[in-house]
Write a protein that binds this ligand. Structure first.
Ligand code: SAM
Length: 237
């Protein structure tokens, strides 16, 4: 009998934000796949989920490089995919753990698409997203009434980013570390320099919160940083 793949969202940092369903699956899985950006790096998802994992489970790190070269990406993805297919064909229960929610900018999505097409048994278990957790950390509503909420990964060209800044009521910016200075300039351009809050490493020991535009312009911004921009308010944290 073929095995099953679970895509498990482990939330953004605080292990208590992992769902009971995810914890139950991690307790019984044979294999835990933990994605990482490069060989030898720590898997953040594994650090978050570790206390829930079956002590007899085999932990298999897989490298998903953070590069834009499609060829390099696909060669790593396909190698990882073959490993998962092999274990599923041998009847194993696999938990593929991802930061936040598995269906939001996650390496799991590629695996899901290919394996679903090939008829494998897959179940996705949602996780608390980085932006839900960051909003809660500062007790800030993401959207109210008829307001819009736009999710903006900061890897786009200038004009699409500016279009969102011009048109959305509330904006969640992910992948801020790609271009914090460029974003700061655009916030100033649209008079939004006092309308944002950035939470870095939310739920981790070294969490940081700022509404100071100078931090975006001058400081090193960690990869795990999310910004919430609200047209309707100014932030003082
Ligand atoms: C590849 S996306 C993954 C998003 C994730 N699947 C989710 O549901 O939030 C990575 C981005 O998520 C955000 N992020 C993830 N964890 C975070 C944390 N603990 N604190 C702040 N931002 C975080 C950052 O913007 C980071 O660049």
């Amino acid at each position: 009998m073929k095995g099953k793949l679970y895509g498990i969202g482990v939330g953004p940092g605080d292990p208590e934000l992992l769902t009971i369903k995810a914890a139950k699956i991690l307790k019984n899985a044979d294999i835990i796949i933990c994605p990482k950006g490069k060989k030898g790096a720590d898997s953040i998802a594994l650090q978050i989920a570790r206390e829930y994992i079956n002590p007899r489970a085999k932990i298999k790190p897989q490298v998903f490089p953070m590069v834009f070269c499609q060829e390099t990406l696909e060669s790593h993805w396909n190698e990882n995919l073959e490993e998962i297919k092999f274990d599923m064909d041998n009847g194993r229960t696999i938990a593929f753990i991802t930061l936040g929610d598995p269906l939001l900018y996650s390496t799991y999505i590629y695996m899901l698409k290919v394996l679903k097409e090939k008829g494998y048994d897959i179940e996705t278990v949602p996780g608390i997203t980085s932006f839900s957790a960051t909003a809660s950390t500062v007790n800030l509503p993401l959207a109210e009434g008829d307001e819009t909420l736009t999710i903006l990964p900061l890897v786009k060209e200038d004009e699409p980013v500016e279009k969102v800044l011009r048109t959305a009521d509330n904006i969640v910016v992910l992948k801020v570390s790609h271009d914090p200075k460029g974003l700061a300039a655009k916030l100033r351009k649209y008079g939004l320099e006092k309308n944002f809050v950035m939470i870095s490493k939310c739920g981790h020991g070294d969490e940081n919160i700022t509404s100071d535009i100078g931090d975006l312009e001058e400081k090193e911004i960690p990869y795990l940083s999310t910004i919430i921009i609200k047209k309707g308010g100014q932030f003082h944290v």
